[in-house]
Every structure is written in structure tokens, then in C-alpha cells.
Design a protein. Sequence first.
Length: 269
Amino acid sequence: MTVPVFENTAPVATRRTADFTAVFYREYALLARNRVNLVLGLTPMLVYLLLVNTSLGNVVGDITYRGDRLPFSVFLLPMVLAMSVVSASGTTGMAMFQEEMSGVSTQLWSWPLRRSRFLAGKLLAGVTLVLAQSLLALVVAAILFDYPFGVAQWTWLLVALVLSSVAFNGLYLAAAILISDYRTFMVLTSVSVPVLVFSAPSLSTTQQLPEVLRWISTVNPVTYAVNGMRDAAIFGLGKAWPALVVLAVVALVANAVAGRALLRRTQNL
């Protein structure tokens, strides 16, 4: 008589890289496949790049910035990129509410998923989308207009653009997590984008701003994004590093706050 033998095999643990890749793909698909969010993120950038740049360029002419005479298209480019970054960051925040209202968040946490991997995937996916939309703005601008930038200047401009994307994605993600009402966040996003952009030295130098706006611009994170990208593109790292340091600090603090708030929010699902 044959005695049956039963063997127990321990379950194979899921690789961390596989978990993270799956979360990243899910978050990126959630953001990139929403046509409404993409249109809301791209429209302001294209309007200012194609309409404002061409319509005001002939009227304004050259602008003196830090002792150099710059074509208006060169001076305006950082403003267009900042507009793209801020608008796209707002759409990543909206995706948080869409995810919760559809019940996907509750279903997601029924799986054995580490919150740290979920957090890393969500943050990286948001930054990737913001950066992708901003790079699209940069490519379109480079094709349409002639910019007198060398390789080093383009490189530092990209560094400033990456820091700006990380910083504002963290700021809007933190706002989306801390604000519980979707309509409140929608109003905040719609109002904050023009307020932040136009209270910064976007269309004029800091010295040309009214005194009240000069004071506001010192605490406006868009100021450091615009100045950082503008100085990086025109002068290189030598004059851009103070603004880049501020952007790096904002990015670190904003994403730390967003991360802690997101982990706290998932515990209440």
C-alpha cells in the first residue's frame, strides 16, 4: 500500500521591483489615459507659447534682463514652461479624487501592497507626467523659435525644469491629499495657476513688478522656477544656483508632506 506524501511549499514572495513597476504603470495609465486631464494640462502651455508669444513679441520687443538684451521669445520661455508645470501638477492632484470617488482606492488596498511602494509609484508617475508635458512644451518651443542656447545652457535648463516638476507635483499632491472636498480643490487649482504665474516675474523682471507683487513674489514658488530656468538658460549654473537650491528644498519638503499625508490617508480607507 502506497502512503501518500504531502509536501508544503512556501509561497514565493513577490519581488519588490515587480510591485513597484506594477504600481508605477497603474498610476501612469490613470493619469495619461485621462484625456480631460491631458487637455487641461496642455492647453495653457500651448496658448501662451503660440498666441501670447507671437502676439506680444512684436509689441514688447527686446527686454533687458540682468544687463543683457533678450528677445521676448527667450524671456518668455521659462514662463511657458512654468505654466506647463503648474497646470500639469494640478491634474495629478485631480486624479487622487477621481480614484477615490470611483472606489478604486478601496479596492487597491484589499491587495497585500506595501504603502511605501504605492507612495513611490504614485509620486514618480506624477512627476513623470508633469515632466513629459513640460518637455513637450520645450520641444515645441525649440522647433518654432530660435533660441541662442548652447549645450550647457540647455542642460541646466532641463535640470531646473526637473526640479520645478518635482516641487510642484509635490505641492499639488499634498494639497489634494490634505483637502477632502473635490470641488474645493478644483477651485483652488483653477485660481492658483494664474495667481501663482502672474504674481511672479513671468512677463516682466522683478524690478518692473508693483511693490506689492514684489513682496508676494519672494514667497511664490513659481518665482524660483521662472528665475531658475531663465538664469540657467541664459547664464548657466553660475547665476541659477540660488533659485535651484530653493526649488530643491521646496521639492524635498513638499514631497515629504505629501508622502506622510498619503500614508495617513490610506489608513482611513
